[in-house]
Design a protein around this ligand. Structure first.
Ligand code: ADP
Ligand code: F6P
Length: 329
């Protein structure tokens, strides 16, 4: 029997950190499944809901008006228990009891590790959709939520600039990105930040101070330094303190943008990406494709095996770091 006939009921869940556009992806999965005459069940709270059998049968109207909403109507979780085989076995048994023959997982690389394990342990078809603001997943040019997050950060930093200029201050602004500098680098270029500290490159605090002093001599009276939370020197407040220790006359302020970057109504780009990937994920399952993440690279749908999507990472282009610096002299 072909996969499109074998699969009668599809499950969908969101896992890991929430990202704007996850709802648009849920909507696309639900409606594409219904279009193909399949039943569709939402799993609440990611892998926790799978282990507990927390299921929500969904219809077309269940996803009405959610395309513009941030967060995830299915809720999300970090569920360390899922790393254990016994927990995954309970999840699989719950899926069988509910009649779920295939699963769509919307999340980041951690979620795909879980999806890969579920697929390998029990041979159940699973397809992933990249949903994380970090944009660090291999196999897609952009992840769902990244565009919204950088736009949120840019609008916040534009506002901070007003105060920086009015009071001759240097703002150290911490953005998210534990392992990746995509959010930092993009917002730095878009806001004309004076410097950017990212996890991918070691930060030399004396060089940063020299650079800030050079800019002061160049008639700049204020500045913005973007610090990715995963920088090797620490967060924005650690960096601000180190700078203050070296240049005591500097008036510095620290702002951590935090979880506002994960919230809010998704941008047009995130809604479109989420809709296309949701549609493609269901189509992949019905074509018998499993154990992969669906992504978009140069406007084409690409399938990347979970193992590869988890073990490799999208790399920031360090030339962008250079461009950002040159344009902020
Ligand atoms: P993200 O998906 O955003 O990267 P996490 O790294 O927190 O977020 O992963 C989400 C969830 O995926 C974890 O809470 C856990 O349930 C599951 N997970 C992560 N790593 C593994 C693993 N090695 N094996 C099984 N499940 C995993
Ligand atoms: O992966 C998304 C992300 O927002 C990272 O940028 C950040 O390091 C992490 O999640 C924060 O996780 P939590 O909300 O669990 O503190």
């Amino acid at each position: 029997m072909e996969a499109k006939d074998k699969i009668k009921k599809i499950g969908v869940l969101t896992s890991g950190g929430d990202a704007p556009g996850m709802n648009a992806a849920i909507r696309a999965v639900v409606r594409s499944a219904i279009f193909n005459h399949k039943e569709i069940v939402g799993v609440r709270r990611g892998y926790s809901g799978l282990i507990e059998g927390d299921f929500l049968p969904m219809q077309s109207h269940s996803v009405s008006k959610i395309i513009s909403m941030g967060g995830t109507i299915l809720k999300s979780s970090r569920c360390p228990e899922f790393k254990e085989y016994d927990a995954r076995k309970r999840a699989y048994e719950n899926m069988k009891k509910e009649g779920i023959d295939a699963l769509v997982v919307i999340g980041g690389d951690g979620s795909f590790r879980g999806a890969d394990a579920l697929c390998r342990d029990f041979g159940i078809p699973v397809v992933g959709i990249p949903g994380t603001i970090d944009n660090d997943i291999y196999g897609t040019d952009y992840t769902i939520g990244f565009d919204t997050a950088i736009n949120t950060a840019v609008s916040a930093i534009d506002k901070l600039r007003d105060t920086a200029d009015s009071h001759n201050l240097v703002f150290f602004v911490e953005v998210m990105g534990r392992d990746a500098g995509f959010i930092a680098l993009n917002t730095a270029i878009a806001t004309g930040a004076e410097d950017t500290l990212i996890p991918e490159t070691p930060t030399d605090i004396d060089k940063l101070c020299e650079y800030l002093e050079f800019e002061r001599r160049n008639n700049k009276t204020s500045g913005v330094v973007i610090v990715a939370e995963g920088d090797d020197l620490g967060g924005a407040s650690d960096v601000a303190k180190m700078v203050k220790d070296r240049i005591p006359h500097y008036e510095a302020r620290v702002t951590t943008l935090g979880h506002i970057q994960r919230g809010g109504s998704p941008t047009c780009s995130d809604r479109v990406l989420a809709s296309v990937l949701g549609y493609e994920a269901v189509n992949a399952l019905l074509k018998g494709i499993s154990g992969v993440m669906v992504g978009q690279m140069q406007n084409k749908t690409v399938y990347t095996p979970f193992a590869e999507a988890c073990s490799r990472h999208n790399e920031v282009d360090l030339k962008w770091y250079e461009i950002s610096r040159i344009l902020s002299i």
